[in-house]
Design a protein around this ligand. Structure first.
Ligand SMILES: Nc1nc2c(ncn2[C@@H]2O[C@H](COP(=O)(O)OP(=O)(O)O)[C@@H](O)[C@H]2O)c(=O)[nH]1
Ligand SMILES: [Mg+2]
Length: 435
């Protein structure tokens, strides 16, 4: 899932535009904008994270321990060259760093440390650590003296580090236990045992031998998948602690070969980010509509905010949508809402039309009521869009009608609108007092 950065940027810009437009909308009093500032700041931060927060993962270790293989396993594609020959191209490789980007996550392959001695090795470690948010230190057996030196050089920079004992397939369970204990002892006080994990980035094919009906041995090959579940789960925990969830979610790092446990964590993270996003857009839209004096502009502003929200959600789900796609999705959701709630929306539109002929306090009262309805409609659109994204951009077998119907049934419309009005009034009031 390597994407064109230019294209991604423009989609996100659209999500951000709808917010900045509101933030700079002169029809929204400065005092209100001030009161909403923390909400806007939160949304802005979420968008900035989607846009800018890069994650750099660097592998480090001796030649042939499986650094390149490990990165390939993480990304689910053979992007880094793997060599069976030990230190084959020593000279030319020396300075070769390879970087591959997937959705803001940069995977960085480094030359093996056998090729760099003394100062050069230390420099290599420092250079690597400098760009890294996370270092994967790879070994394929008990840790050697050279590895200890490199490890110490890396630790000076205090980057989070995971020590991976690769080629686990070459060791029995009993051997693994001894190996791990030996390494834990050697790096004690330097690396938390939680961050010492086994992996098999590229286990060789298995040869199966069976006897055919004539009693002859028949050989066949069976390929084995990478085993990096423990690493993925730990990576996820570290990335979350570092506050880099969004960029990691969008990368292909966790796409394939997931353990059930990790899959669950990712679903939960997406859901809570999605809910937070929807809530913030509901507030923004409720306020914008409550304060917007022109009904036609109400509807336009409302639509722009919903489009921004859907684009934002699509990024969280790692399925970026264009403005046109988001618009089409909203249209189909709104179509279902209209079919199910015809009269209700007719009243909404009528109240919107009413607002033009009122003035002063009554405008605000009508506005707040309408803001509550706008909030509710954005909530429905957000929940439906999220359901669609969670199924990988599909309505599933139920189809859009049943999905929207279920969302409408699950939400208590009157209490949602009531709470929305209370929240809108609260924001407007605190704006009044501060301004
Ligand atoms: N048995 C086994 N071999 C592996 C594993 N991972 C990588 N290898 C092999 O180790 C060799 C070196 O791998 P490579 O990724 O090029 O190592 P690098 O020099 O550290 O980047 C290749 O022949 C890989 O197929 C593994 O988990 N088990
Ligand atoms: Mg390599």
């Amino acid at each position: 899932m390597i994407k064109d950065a230019q294209h991604q940027g423009s989609d996100l810009t659209l999500a951000k535009e709808s917010l900045t437009q509101m933030l700079h909308d002169k029809r929204v009093p400065a005092s209100v904008r001030g009161a909403l500032q923390s909400e806007y700041a939160k949304l802005g931060e979420m968008l900035a994270r989607l846009e800018n927060q890069h994650l750099h993962i660097v592998v480090f270790g001796r030649v042939s321990v499986g650094k390149s293989s490990l990165l390939n396993a993480l990304i689910g594609e053979n992007l880094f060259s793997v060599s069976v020959l030990h230190g084959e191209t020593t000279q030319t490789r020396q300075a070769e760093w390879q970087t591959r980007e997937a959705d803001g996550v940069f995977l960085i392959d480094t030359p093996g440390i056998n090729e760099a001695y003394g100062d050069a090795r230390e420099q290599l470690a420092l250079d690597a650590a400098q760009v890294a948010d996370l270092v994967l230190f790879v070994v394929d057996g008990d840790i050697t003296e050279i590895e200890m030196l490199a490890l110490k050089a890396l630790l000076v920079t205090a980057r989070p580090m995971v020590l991976i004992i690769n080629k686990a397939d070459q060791y029995t369970q009993a051997q693994q236990a001894i190996l791990k204990q030996s390494i834990i002892d050697k790096v004690s006080g330097m690396i938390d045992p939680k961050n010492i994990l086994f992996a098999a980035a590229s286990p060789p094919d298995q040869t199966l031998i069976r006897l055919d009906e004539h009693g002859n041995e028949v050989q066949s090959q069976r390929s084995r998948p990478a085993d990096i579940n423990a690493l993925q789960t730990r990576l996820w925990e570290i990335i979350e602690t570092e506050g880099k969830t969004l960029s990691a979610l969008n990368a292909s790092l966790f796409a394939g070969n997931l353990s059930a446990q990790l899959g669950q964590k990712i679903i939960q993270a997406r859901e809570s980010l999605g809910q937070e996003t929807i809530r913030l857009y509901c507030i923004s839209k409720g306020i914008a509509v409550a304060l917007n004096p022109l009904p036609v502009a109400d509807l336009l502003a409302a639509a722009a905010i919903d489009v921004g929200m859907v684009i934002h959600l699509s990024r969280i789900y790692g399925l970026p949508m264009t403005k046109a796609e988001a618009g089409d999705l909203i249209k189909s959701i709104a179509g279902q809402m209209l079919a199910l709630y015809g009269t209700f929306w007719a009243i909404h539109l009528a109240s919107s039309a009413l607002k033009i002929s009122t003035a002063g306090i009554s405008t605000v009262v009508t506005g707040v009521a309408q803001g509550g309805v706008a909030w509710y409609s954005t909530l429905v659109v957000g929940e439906a869009a999220e359901a669609y994204l969670a199924k990988g951009k599909s309505w599933g077998t139920a189809g859009p009608k049943l999905v929207v119907k279920k969302i409408l049934a699950d939400l208590d419309r009157d209490s949602v609108i009531q709470n929305a009005k209370t929240e809108i009034r609260r924001v407007l009031k605190s704006a009044d007092q501060s301004g």
